[in-house]
Design a protein around this ligand. Structure first.
Ligand code: 13P
Length: 237
């Protein structure tokens, strides 16, 4: 390994379809993030402006690949930039599972978002059946290479490893499972990798203690300002 790498830890809260603008402002009135870790909020589209007003980094939960056009219900990267949004999640497993997102559409969204100057957290992860069938590395390879082949090791790209079986289930990957998957993803695409899937104040420090866990993507536990702040504190180096 050449030289010393400065490790920048990022903790993002994916609020999914929770919190309109009023609840977003209420969260922000009591949320006290620590110094020493980069904190990102990913609220629903309608709450982006309320979140941006806080001065924290704000990412959308998705972004379309076209600049504009007849795409009912979609939002473009330029529109997010206009709001002061800094980035977008792309390819979350819920998008893949319920809304027909594919490796191809993920790649197109990533290209457009980075091209517009946004940062991107691109999500990868295997399902329970895939892990049990011994296909974890195959799935991670397909998903990560789709992004790599589209944009390479772009400096504004971060990957999130979110095993689908650990999302919202209370079943966290062990620190060893996370480390193994992160190291594998980095062998394909050398960018920071966040872990997501039932991250809580109680398990954050152990997961974030692994050498290739560069931060966390937090769902349920990011909805409460106290528990999200506790996870952010566990990430401070
Ligand atoms: P939970 O933390 O609720 O398991 O959700 C993880 C997730 O999907 C974050 O994007």
């Amino acid at each position: 390994m050449a030289g010393l790498k400065i490790r920048r830890v990022l903790v993002a809260g994916n609020w999914k379809m929770y919190k309109g603008p009023a609840e977003t402002r209420a969260f922000l009135a009591t949320f006290e993030p620590p110094d020493g870790v980069e904190v990102v909020l990913c609220p629903p589209y309608v709450s982006l402006t309320a979140a941006v007003e806080s001065g924290l980094s704000v990412f959308a939960q998705n972004v379309h690949w076209a600049q504009e056009g007849a795409f009912t219900g979609e939002v473009s990267a330029a529109m997010l930039v206009e709001l002061g949004v800094q980035g977008a999640l792309v390819g979350h497993s819920e998008r893949r599972q319920y809304f027909g997102e594919t490796d191809e559409t993920v790649a197109r969204r990533v290209v457009a978002a980075l091209g517009a100057g946004l940062r991107v957290i691109a999500c990868v992860g295997e399902s329970e059946e895939e892990r049990e069938a011994g296909q974890t590395e195959l799935i991670l390879r397909l998903q990560a290479e789709a992004v790599r082949d589209a944009v390479g090791e772009h400096e504004r790209l971060v990957i999130a490893y979110e095993p689908v079986w650990a999302i919202g289930t209370g079943k966290t990957a062990t620190a060893e499972q996370a480390q193994e998957a992160h190291a594998f993803v980095k062998s394909l695409l050398d960018r920071p990798v966040l872990y997501g899937g039932s991250v809580k104040p109680e398990n954050a420090a152990e997961l974030l203690g692994e050498p290739d866990v560069d931060g966390a993507l937090v769902g349920g536990a990011s909805l409460d300002p106290g528990s999200f702040a506790a996870i952010c504190r566990a990430a401070v180096r």
